[in-house]
Design a binder for this molecule. Structure first.
Ligand code: ADP
Ligand code: MG
Length: 683
C-alpha cells in the first residue's frame, strides 16, 4: 500500500476536475470513498405488461413510432413495445441526435417508473440507451452517487469504476486495520466492503444498503470515524511534546478566595477544580473544555484556576465574547480577587487613550489577571508571563481567535468554557482532542423555570403579567425579536419595543440595552438593572450569555420561533437564579414552520441543557452544531453520531491502540481518509 507522497489527482479534464472539487473530490483516492446514496436495479428486464407497480423498472423495447409533438408543450413522444405490450415514452428536453436514435425500429433499454396515463402506459423522461440485440445485462446494481451540477451519475460511475480497477492493481485497497483488531470488532474487510458498496450483486439487501446498516457500510463508517479519532488524538498527543509552565501554587491564594465566598463549591465544582489543578501542574499545556449548563457555576472554577497560575508567579487571561459579559466577569473577579491583593486589569475595544495605555502597560508588566473581550488578542497587547488562557463561551470564538490568545504566551495552559452542552457522542467525536470536564450539578437553591408558550395576539396579557410580576418586587427581561438579516432593523425593533412598553407600563422603570449602545451606556443600564433601579430590561440578544441578576425572575422572548434552541436555553437560563419562582414566556407568531414548531416543543418540554442539546443535534445535525469549531476537524459524511454511537465508542478505543501499536497503519489510514484534505490545509 502506498503510504507516502501526494495523493494522485483525478485523471480527468481540468474543467471536470474543477466541478468534482466542488463536492470534495480531488484525488483518485477520494473517488474510492465517494459512496452511493442508493442503487437502481438494471440487472434484469421487466415486461411491459408488468411494468406498473410504483418501482422503477428496466424495459427492453423496439421503437414503433416517434414524433415531436407541440401540445401541451414541445416534446418528443415515442411509442415502443416488447412482446407483451406497448408503452409511450415522453422526453421534454432532447437533442436532435437523440431524436434520430429513437427512430422507428431502434432497440433500446429504458429505465424509469411507468405510470398509467390517459393514453395508456407511459414513462416520462426515462433514462435510455440504444443496445445491440442480446447485449448482456450489468452484473451489479447501479450505484447512484451524490453529484454536482454538470457531472452526471454516469460520469461518476465511470471515474469511480476506473479508480477502483486501478486501486485493485496497485494494491491500494489494503486493509489499514490489523486482522486481530478487525476480528475483535467483527468488521468486514475494507476492500471487500468497498467493492460491495460500489458494485453490489443483484441479490444484495437493498434496504440494508440504503439504510446504511449493511456490514459493508458499517465497515466504511467505522473507518471514517476512526480517521477522525486518529487525527484528533494525534493532535492531542502532539501537544504533550510541547513544554508548558508547571504551575505549582506558592501560596494559599485559592484557599483564601474560597474562604471569602458566601457559598461552598458543589461536588461537581470541586471535582472540576481538582482536575484542572492537576493539569496545570503538568509540564505540557492543558487543553480542557469545562462544560456545564447555564448557571452551573463555571466562573468560580475558572477563578480558582487563575489563582493557581497567579500564585505560581504567572499571569492568567480571561476572554469573553461580548463586552457586557466580559465586563461582568471583570467586576466579579475584581470583587473576589482584589481584596486578596491580586492586580486585575481590564481590556476592551471601547477603552481609549490614557486609560487604555495604562491597562496595556499593566498587562505587559505587573497585572496578574487580565480580563477582556477580543481586545485581548489584538496586536500590541503584550503579556509579561501568560501561563493560563481562559476562554468563556468558547463556541462563540473561532479557532483562529483561540489560537491567537494562546500565542500571547509561550504554550500557556488553556481552559475553555461552554454553556452549550455538547452531547456525549459529539464530545467523543468532534472534541476528541480536548479533555472534557462536565459540571453536572447545579448549585443548590435553584428554582425550576416555568415555561409558557403564548401566541402573539395575546401580547397584552403578557404585558399584564410583567406588571404583576414587578409589583411583587421582581424584575424582568424582555428580549426583542432576532432579526438576522439586518442589524439596523433589529435596533429599530428594540427601540420600538422599548417605547411601546414605556407607553403600556408608564408606572414601571424600563431600560434598554442593545449591541449598538456605547459601552458606558450599556454598562450604566446593566448596572442599574443589577442594582434594582430598572424593573424591566428590554434587550436584544446581547444578554444571551452569562448575565447574572438573581432578582430577575421573568424572561419574555418575542418571536421565540426565530431563535435557535441553544439561544432559547441560554436566554431562559438568565432567570431561575434566585430563590423566587421564575418563568419564561415565549411569544410566538404563527404560522410556524415544522422546525420552529419542533424547537418550541423541545424547549417547552425540557429544561436539561444536555437533553435539549441532544435533540438539537438530531434536528440540525453536527455540521451547524459544532459552529466555529469545525475548521480543522474532519466532518463525518457517512456515520451518524446518534445511530452509530457504538462505532464512535469503538473507534475511540481502537485509535489509541493503533497509535501506540500500529503507527504506520494509523498513518496509512489517515492518508486514505484525509489525504487530500491535509494537502489542502497546507496550501
Ligand atoms: P455559569 O456556569 O453559567 O457561568 P456562573 O459562574 O455565572 O454560571 O454562576 C451562576 C451563579 O451561581 C453566580 O451568581 C455564582 O456566584 C453562583 N454560584 C456559583 N457556584 C455556586 C455554589 N456552589 N453555590 C451557590 N451559588 C453558586
Ligand atoms: Mg458563565
Amino acid at each position: 500500500m502506498k503510504t507516502g507522497g501526494v495523493p494522485a489527482p483525478i485523471r480527468a479534464a481540468e474543467a471536470l476536475r474543477k466541478k468534482l472539487a466542488k463536492i470534495g473530490l480531488y484525488s483518485e483516492a477520494d473517488l474510492l470513498l465517494h459512496l452511493p446514496l442508493r442503487y437502481e436495479d438494471e440487472t434484469r428486464l421487466t415486461l411491459v405488461e408488468r411494468a406498473l407497480g410504483g418501482e422503477p423498472v428496466q424495459l427492453e423495447l423496439t421503437v414503433v413510432h416517434s414524433e415531436v409533438q407541440f401540445r401541451p408543450r414541445r416534446q418528443l413522444v415515442a411509442r415502443a413495445a416488447d412482446a407483451s405490450g406497448e408503452i409511450t415514452l415522453r422526453f421534454l428536453n432532447f437533442y436532435p441526435s437523440q431524436q434520430a436514435m429513437l427512430a422507428e425500429g431502434a432497440r433500446i433499454r429504458v429505465f424509469g417508473e411507468a405510470r398509467g396515463g390517459f393514453f395508456g402506459l407511459e414513462m416520462v423522461h426515462p433514462r435510455w440507451r440504444q443496445v445491440a440485440p442480446g447485449e448482456p445485462l450489468p452484473a451489479a446494481l447501479t450505484p447512484v452517487y451524490p453529484t454536482t451540477a454538470g457531472v452526471g451519475n454516469a460520469t461518476l460511475q465511470k471515474l469511480i469504476g476506473a479508480a477502483l480497477a486501478e486501486a485493485e492493481l496497485t494494491n491500494a485497497l489494503a486493509d489499514t486495520l490489523p486482522d486481530d483488531l478487525r476480528q475483535r470488532l467483527k468488521l468486514a474487510g475494507f476492500a471487500r466492503s468497498l467493492r460491495f458498496l460500489h458494485t453490489p450483486p443483484p441479490d444484495a439487501d437493498r434496504d440494508a444498503l440504503e439504510a446504511r446498516q449493511h456490514p459493508a457500510w458499517r465497515r466504511l463508517k467505522f473507518d471514517e470515524v476512526l480517521a477522525q479519532q486518529l487525527s484528533l488524538r494525534r493532535a492531542y498527543l502532539a501537544r504533550r511534546d510541547q513544554g508548558a509552565p508547571e504551575l505549582h501554587p506558592q501560596d494559599d491564594l485559592a484557599a483564601r478566595l474560597l474562604a471569602s465566598l458566601p457559598f461552598g463549591l458543589t461536588g461537581a465544582q470541586q471535582r472540576a477544580t481538582m482536575e484542572i489543578s492537576n493539569d496545570l501542574a503538568r509540564p505540557y499545556p492543558m487543553q480542557r473544555l469545562l462544560q456545564g449548563d447555564v448557571g452551573a457555576g463555571k466562573t468560580i472554577v475558572a477563578a480558582l484556576a487563575a489563582c493557581q497560575a497567579i500564585s505560581a508567579g504567572w499571569q492568567a487571561a480571561f476572554m469573553a465574547p461580548t463586552e457586557i459579559l466580559a465586563e461582568q466577569h471583570y467586576l466579579k473577579l475584581r470583587d473576589w480577587l482584589e481584596p486578596l491583593g491580586v492586580r486585575v486589569a481590564w481590556l476592551s475595544g471601547s477603552l481609549k487613550g490614557k486609560v487604555k495605555r495604562a491597562q496595556l502597560a499593566a498587562a505587559a508588566s505587573e497585572a496578574q489577571l487580565v480580563v477582556g473581550t477580543h481586545a485581548l488578542i489584538q496586536e500590541g497587547v503584550d503579556f509579561a508571563r501568560l501561563g493560563l488562557a481562559i476562554v468563556d463561551e468558547q463556541h462563540r470564538f473561532g479557532v483562529a481567535q483561540r489560537l491567537a490568545l494562546r500565542q500571547k504566551g509561550e504554550n500557556p495552559h488553556q481552559l475553555m468554557m461552554s454553556a452549550t452542552p455538547i452531547p456525549r457522542t459529539l464530545a467523543m467525536s468532534y472534541y476528541a482532542d480536548l479533555d472534557v470536564t462536565v459540571l453536572d450539578e447545579l448549585p443548590p437553591g435553584r428554582t425550576p423555570v416555568k415555561t409558557r408558550l403564548v401566541a402573539d395576539n395575546r401580547r397584552a396579557d403578557v404585558v399584564g403579567f410583567v406588571k404583576k410580576h414587578v409589583e411583587e418586587g421582581r424584575q424582568a427581561y424582555w428580549v426583542c425579536p432576532l432579526i438576522e438579516e439586518s442589524e439596523a432593523l433589529q435596533l429599530q425593533t428594540a427601540e420600538e419595543t422599548f417605547a411601546q412598553l414605556q407607553a403600556d407600563l408608564p408606572e414601571l422603570r424600563i431600560g434598554l440595552v442593545h449591541g449598538r449602545l456605547k459601552a458606558d451606556d450599556k454598562q450604566a443600564a446593566m448596572a442599574a438593572f443589577a442594582a434594582g433601579d430598572i424593573d424591566v430590561l428590554v434587550a436584544t440578544t446581547v444578554i444571551e450569555v452569562g448575565v447574572d441578576v438573581p432578582n430577575a425572575s421573568l424572561m419574555v422572548i418575542e418571536h421565540a420561533e426565530r431563535f435557535g434552541l441553544s439561544q432559547l436555553h441560554q436566554l431562559r437560563g438568565r432567570v431561575g437564579r434566585g430563590r423566587y419562582e421564575s418563568s419564561c414566556v415565549l411569544i410566538y407568531a404563527g404560522p410556524l414552520g415544522e422546525t420552529a414548531r419542533q424547537r418550541l416543543k423541545i424547549i417547552f418540554e425540557h429544561s436539561d441543557g444536555f437533553e435539549i442539546a441532544r435533540r438539537d443535534l438530531q434536528l440540525r445535525g453536527p455540521g451547524e452544531f459544532v459552529g466555529a469549531r469545525q475548521s480543522g476537524v474532519p466532518l463525518l459524511r457517512y456515520a451518524d453520531l446518534d445511530r452509530d454511537a457504538d462505532l464512535v465508542e469503538q473507534a475511540r478505543e481502537i485509535a489509541e491502540e493503533m497509535l501506540t501499536r500500529h503507527p504506520a497503519l494509523a498513518t496509512a489510514h489517515l492518508r486514505r481518509w484525509l489525504g487530500s484534505r491535509e494537502e489542502l490545509l497546507k496550501s
